[in-house]
Write a protein that binds this ligand. Structure first.
Ligand SMILES: [Zn+2]
Length: 390
């Protein structure tokens, strides 16, 4: 099984990437390798698997067999420990020019295994303008064996000058059947659960996987989707807002705690803290304090981002609910994302008009924009709940 087999429903992208990987092998073997490109931009909606596709391509470049999926090289790429793969995932809301310059320096080194140096830049749209300018310079004159893989939701998220120098790979959201099939065959999820999770996640594979395998994720979803019917009075709206913000915070806290702990203890180990301190270099201790502070800042910024992301995905869950309501109001025979909640959907559908439903969806979108503009979450979500009530 090759590394591209995991890319569900992305036939076109896989065809292009496989051809490029073959050309890349020719280059390594001393040939011309027409069709190989040094800068790639992977785009597609959330859940379409941008990073997975970029990572599979990285494996195909670094594996002597073009991404066999089971050799050491492939394995190291998949777990992120390959010496010739630089993986960058911006932890904060933006990625600055200083970090980018350091990255470019590392990118310029010769490949240690004689093949390629691959830079996988996830969420490259979070790079600041000056950071993007630095990337632009790097991809304008790439070292002969360096390959940049940038990922962003839409091509427009990157500066046009970067875009025009990249080959763009567009990924599409896979259908329910394809996602359910993957869950059933690769994660051994029972068919009914696979169907439910695939539908509820609407093509978002990792979301579907967590719904299928994690009971906590399922109950958080249920709590969010119970909101529309609970908004009977102003008091209920305030309570619902509090609960929604708190749930997002808890989810984010759980996700960050584990990450932070490992990082901090690794850093402390690196600077010798926890040893007896005898003969410990004073400069090193001071450097350690600085590095620890820097790490804490980075972690704080990441926590903010995770919190924001989890609140945003709860809001998108609500959008999917009202989209289903709208479909029922129009009597459209489309597949409902929240088919398991037909009773609730039906109640809300009967209680209003399509115009009201559209207005509610609009209100959720406005709330997302406000959160993006740093409005206090409690205030923004309270206002939303009141307008969902009508
Ligand atoms: Zn391999």
């Amino acid at each position: 099984m090759g590394v591209f087999d995991d890319l569900v429903g992305q036939g076109q992208a896989v065809a292009v990437l496989s051809r490029a990987a073959a050309a890349a092998r020719e280059v390594v073997g001393g040939g011309r390798g027409a069709g190989m490109t040094h800068a790639w931009l992977f785009t597609g909606p959330p859940g379409s698997g941008r990073e997975e596709a970029a990572r599979a391509f990285a494996a195909a470049l670094l594996c002597p067999d073009g991404g066999c999926g089971h050799c050491d090289q492939c394995h190291q790429v998949m777990i992120g420990s390959h010496p010739d793969l630089e993986s960058v995932r911006p932890q904060g809301l933006s990625y600055g020019v200083k970090l980018t310059r350091e990255l470019i320096l590392r990118a310029a080194g010769a490949p240690t295994q004689g093949r390629w140096r691959v830079i996988l830049f996830e969420d490259a749209d979070r790079a600041t303008e000056s950071a993007q300018n630095a990337v632009l310079k790097a991809i304008e004159e790439p070292p002969p064996r360096t390959v940049w893989l940038l990922c962003s939701p839409a091509p427009d998220d990157m500066m046009i000058t970067i875009r025009s120098r990249c080959r763009v790979i567009t990924l599409t959201t896979p259908g329910t059947e394809a996602v359910a099939h993957v869950l059933a065959t690769r994660d051994s999820v029972p068919a009914p659960m696979a169907q439910f999770a695939a539908r509820a996640a609407q093509g978002h594979i990792s979301r579907a996987r967590s719904l299928a395998l994690d009971e906590g994720a399922r109950s958080r979803r249920e709590a969010v989707l119970a909101i529309p019917r609970s908004l009977t009075g102003v008091g209920e709206c305030i309570t619902a807002a509090e609960r929604l913000v708190k749930t997002a915070e808890e989810e984010a806290a759980a996700a960050t705690a584990a990450l932070n702990e490992t990082e901090t203890s690794e850093l402390r180990k690196l600077y010798g803290e926890g040893s007896t301190g005898k003969g410990l270099n004073r400069g090193l201790v001071r450097g350690g304090a600085g590095a620890l502070k820097e790490l804490e800042d980075r972690q704080k910024s990441r926590a903010t981002r995770i919190k924001r992301d989890s609140l945003d995905s709860a809001l998108l869950e609500l959008v999917s609910f009202y989209r289903d309501v709208l479909a029922m109001q129009f009597g459209a025979g489309v597949e409902l994302a929240n088919d398991d909640l037909r009773f609730d959907l039906d109640q809300v559908a009967r209680g209003g008009t399509p115009e009201e439903t559209l207005r509610r969806i609009e209100a959720i979108m406005v709330c997302r924009e406000r959160l993006d503009a740093n409005v206090n979450p409690q205030i923004a979500v309270e206002a939303l709940m009141l307008s969902l009530r009508g």
